[in-house]
Design a protein around this ligand. Structure first.
Ligand code: MG
Length: 293
């Protein structure tokens, strides 16, 4: 036992200079970045009128439990939707089930009238009509969207109920009939295509309405087009967490059987788009809340 202890302390003694050397090798910028990621916490001790000493904590310069709303503004009030999935009061509704809403908010990728159909309160992908894109452009956002693969099951693998939700028209969350329909994991419903498989398969049966709730933070590029911040995704499929704050390592575009595209610099705001992959997939109840980075 003692022998073990002494050999442990000997190895620690030996390890110390190695640790010190490793610390010295850490670039100073990395240390600074780590410090910046933490809130600035300041603690003050003050004497109360009753003589007791009290601790006051400040986070990012604001007193904890501050009741003065000029110093700590209250969050804006948002009226939530009546039912789960309904748009809250501060959402931008991109499709409410009507042809008017479709025409007002969506075009094809050339900005012209899309050949997608509005059927039974849903917008439906039409083979060879191409993608649809929102007229409004978005960056980081919370997106709610409902979709249904065709109730008549046709094809298999990637050929069954394939569509996609493209944040910024670029980063695809796969839409696919993944109910008893096997394909590669990073290409099934809820995958960040080619980059991140869903944690679980929460698919409903073909023809049944399903939902995605997506929290997306956009990537950032410097003026030379280099990625300085990667995109992140959190996704719930039918209320089930399937992407848990995933840091997207690059693009999600098809680039051959075993490859996807890399990041490519793009503007800060771009339309949301939905894929025409040749299958009549339907969408409804689409709304967005813009997020600050
Ligand atoms: Mg797809």
């Amino acid at each position: 036992m003692d022998q073990k202890k002494s050999s442990l302390s000997a190895s620690l003694c030996f390890a110390t200079p190695v640790v010190a050397l490793a610390a010295a090798l850490v670039p100073p910028t990395a240390v600074a970045e780590e410090d910046m990621s933490k809130p600035e916490i300041k603690v003050e001790r003050k004497k109360e009128p009753n003589g007791r000493e009290q601790l006051y904590m400040f986070i990012d310069g604001v007193k904890v439990h501050e009741t003065d709303t000029t110093k700590q503004p209250l969050p804006p009030v948002v009226t939530p939707g009546e039912e789960p999935g309904d748009a809250p009061s501060d959402a931008i509704v991109l499709f409410d089930g009507t042809a008017e809403s479709f025409a007002a908010n969506w075009t094809d990728t050339k900005g012209e009238t899309s050949k997608w159909k509005v059927v039974d309160g849903a917008m439906e992908s039409v083979r060879r009509a191409g993608y649809v894109q929102s007229k409004k452009k978005f960056g980081s956002c919370q997106l709610h969207i409902e979709w249904a693969s065709p109730s008549k099951v046709e094809g298999d693998g990637q050929g069954r109920g394939n569509s996609g939700v493209f944040l910024m028209g670029t980063y695809e969350i796969q839409v696919l009939d993944s109910f008893q329909n096997q394909t590669y994991a990073d290409g099934q419903a809820g995958a960040l295509y080619g980059r991140s498989k869903p944690l679980v398969n929460a698919s409903r049966k073909p023809g049944e309405w399903q939902s995605y709730d997506i929290i997306f933070h956009q990537p950032k590029f410097d003026e030379d087009g280099k990625v300085v911040k990667r995109a992140t995704f959190t996704v719930l499929h039918n209320g089930v967490l399937i992407q848990d704050h995933v840091v997207l390592s690059g693009g999600t575009g098809w680039a051959g059987p075993h490859a996807v595209t890399e990041y490519k610099a793009h503007p800060d705001r771009l339309p949301l788009s939905l894929q025409d992959h040749g299958n009549p997939v339907r969408f409804r109840n689409i709304w967005v809340r813009e997020l600050k980075d």
